[in-house]
Design a protein around this ligand. Sequence first.
Ligand code: PLP
Length: 297
Amino acid sequence: MSRVDRFWENAAQSPLQIVKMPLFAEHGVRVYFKRDDLLHPFVSGNKWRKLKYNLLEAERSGFTRLLTFGGAYSNHIAAVAAAGQATGFKTTGIIRGEELTEVSNKTLQYASQCGMKLQFVTREAYRDKIALAADFGTDCYVIPEGGSNALAVKGVQEVMGELQSQLNASFDYLCTAFGTGGTASGLISAPADTKVLVFPALNIQKAEVLQHIETFVELQGKKIEVLIDYHFGGYGKETEELTRFIADFEQQTLIPLEQVYTGKMMYGLVDLIRKGYFRRGEVIVVLHTGGLQGKRK
Ligand SMILES: Cc1ncc(COP(=O)(O)O)c(C=O)c1O
């Protein structure tokens, strides 16, 4: 068995946990959390799912170095650095922002400690990823920003088999945060009567979100809803209300959330429940996509 196989084989499937809050009981909905955040401290959540088949492919094709892209606080950069180190790949991370260094924050420090070679580029240069990949990594296996590609979608789809065996019943909704669309695209393989609820962490129009998803999967005949009102001012933005919500939620449920993705999604879901979006008796599954390495304490 290869090192990549071993790394992914070693983890048990992530737990499915029912979450109890007075509001859920009041509205008669059952909410489950698929705790992918528990899969690994750094290759966590959707990163675990999205990297699996990419690293297997990189290994099969004989690559020894992975190259990828990310912003200063990218969970994806931390995950590629950790997965590369654990499975024997060298790694390069192209980071947006020429003013940054290896010690600018915890994420970059961690990636660097895992042995990732960090290349800091201007925001302008960062836009042309094809040119950057040609400059820095002709012999690298290139993973796109956020890790979203067809192999990532295949990895995310594995959530469905686990849910079927863990829940052993149909569920009405499956919720995810959205950044680049790979995760939502994988979840679209949910049973036809399950509606996928997508919560963008950035200020983006619904049509654009659907376009992103459609670059990976066919949406015809699928039930999907994009909730664009829970971005809190845009990517990486946070308000006191969101901070307070996360602290309250964590205290009540003991499930940690972070401020960039899962906190916003959960705020949105709770708001929808409060507004009566769901019918009594409906079952909602929330995918915890991890990202806790980037959590601001
Ligand atoms: C914690 C977390 N949740 C959700 C997402 C969004 O996933 P995607 O980029 O596949 O839409 C990301 C970013 O990739 C993330 O780091």
